[in-house]
Design a protein around this ligand. Sequence first.
Ligand SMILES: Nc1nc2c(ncn2[C@@H]2O[C@H](COP(=O)(O)OP(=O)(O)OP(=O)(O)O)[C@@H](O)[C@H]2O)c(=O)[nH]1
Length: 687
Amino acid sequence: MAATSWEVWDLSGQKLKYLPQDLLAPVTLYTSVDLQRNKLKRVTGISKNTNITELNLSRNKIIEFSQEICNLKNLQTLYMNHNNVRSIPEGIFPHLRNLKFLKLSTNRLARLPSDINQCTSLTYLDLSKNCLQNIEPLVGLPKLRELLVEKNQLTELPSQLFQKGSCELTKFKAMCNPLRCPPEEVCAGGVMDIQSYFLQMKENPNAHTTWTVKAMFLGSSMAGKSTLCHSLREGKPVAVAMKDRTEGIDITRLYTHEIRFLLWDFAGQEEYYLTHHIFITPRALVILTVNLASYSTVDPESFKDQIWFWLNNIQLRVPNAVVMLVGTHCDQCRDLEEVMEKKKDIDEKINIMLVNRKMVLKYQKKNLEENTDPFLYMDQVDEIDSLLEYSLKVLDLLTLDCTKTQDIVRFRSHILKCIQSESAFLCSETILPQSYEEVEQAIQKLVTLEQIPQHGIILLEELCDLIMNHVTQSKEHLHSILQFLLRYLHRIGVIIWYEDIDVLRDHVFIQPSFLISMFKTIVRHDLVQQLERISRDLLMQEGALMKQRFIWVEDLRCRGTLHNAALRILVRRELEKLVIDDDDLVREVVGNKKEEGIILTLLQHFEVCLPTLVRSPMNPQAPDFIPGENHWESVRESKRDPDGACLFPIYLKDDLIVCQKWGENKQDDLRVHVYVLPEVPHGFFHR
Ligand SMILES: Nc1nc2c(ncn2[C@@H]2O[C@H](COP(=O)(O)OP(=O)(O)OP(=O)(O)O)[C@@H](O)[C@H]2O)c(=O)[nH]1
């Protein structure tokens, strides 16, 4: 084992179980020792080498954080991630006065030593993927700039950590913790959002505790999702007519047992799947609905379409989701025996599916680890490891006849029971400063008093002025905190505010359902028919001819492209149906030949469609591209044409026609080889 240079000694991936003797010699010159990817359980003897400034012990089997490390007085960088460290003794960190970088992610730490804040040079600390319940000991680290505590068991954060003046933090990540104070949706905004939250808590200690549950109704078309959703809200059976089928997503609310339910009803037709992924979020109760009358125990496709497909998709978005299975249409089954037989079949097949998935993942992991160069696949192995850590929790199938009141009552109490038992995961108990509640209520009041237009699109400035009349805050104060409050309301799904999209930063969407209904005009199962139905008058408004309408239909059917002019007509028609007579707003939403409207911007932002580009002219002076050479200028950004067309991959359905129009695959087509995990989300390659 020879050192690669007198400064760096690379001992990575050597299957070492003990530290090599050369390293333990009292005088060595090595300042950087790389021992990652070995089988070390202990690092006994390391303190003999006090020259070490950088030590990489990641991906070993270390259980104890060795007391000896305190003798490494020159240590500046320490990697100890991906081990099994359970605790860190007191009395180590006060000696590590030069330690700047410490990575302890993916271990089993349940608590931190109380003297960690005496590690005064520390600027970077990664404690993600541990079991920490408290990070109070970190208060007082004077130079800490980056702190990562994702995927722990934290419920509260210490306010002193974020105190303005003493806090140097620029990056803080705490996603996937059961946080209530501040709630995760506040933390997601970053250090400034958390600071504003704690400041408001201090200024007004009358904090509110609220419970919110987001329930998402998923399942195939005609399974009974809308029926369940409406009936749950009303507390009695509500019949849903065919014409009222869900298009896109419907959002409603229900207040019961001091819990606020946000009910998201997703459409079941395939055309909408492509937009669903935007809205499927963690920490939600997924209600997967199955039509038991049409379910067949003998046809494998039945399980695949009605259950497997959905569970697979949910798993990809939220690998540890809690899924409540509901079987509807029991009254249309032959008898109770048939219902029970189907229930048994579904429960068994799901069980097999979940077990199989774990097996496939383990097999994949083994394959990667046995590869000649496992180093190349380290990230994939990590990814598989984190997938293996989680498992979807699928509750036993509840069988219902949605036309019966007692079954709807049973459904409601089943949900409440499930929330009680899974509360840590499903129900976000949040502690909020009074201002958050006040602003949310003020917005609701403005809607009720019809001071906000029905479509709910409002300029940020205008909204601020209107809210002013309903809250106790001064105008200056409200101005200073409003962005944090709106960001929070956006994250919990009460409003939509895309502050990251330049052209939309000044607009707030108070009614998310309006925006979704705009999406629905374009992403829908019957878009071809919608185009065919465009009248001559509407065409004339857009300066188009009948002939163009035929081209639009043909292009959509064969090439999956929708002309922007057609899109403008459809969106404008929908706005007219909603009786929106604000010309400026219509122009902004619809756009024109020179400027794309809000809807097109959003559809592109979420990658539902891809714009056709105006190619920049060729540049004869452009230098040749030589791989490995840095002095190569990329082509200038191609421009979008607001009067062009967009490709909607979801409408590329008929392979035969697509091949005829776009051409067969050719040898010189670009080929990309990628390693993909065993699961690929539906529509991934379309997108
Ligand atoms: N007899 C009977 N009819 C039901 C039951 N549940 C739902 N239905 C009916 O089934 C039809 C479809 O129900 P919906 O709630 O619209 O189904 P969906 O899953 O929302 O369908 P999409 O909107 O297409 O995704 C409606 O006519 C309902 O009245 C049930 O348990 N028994």
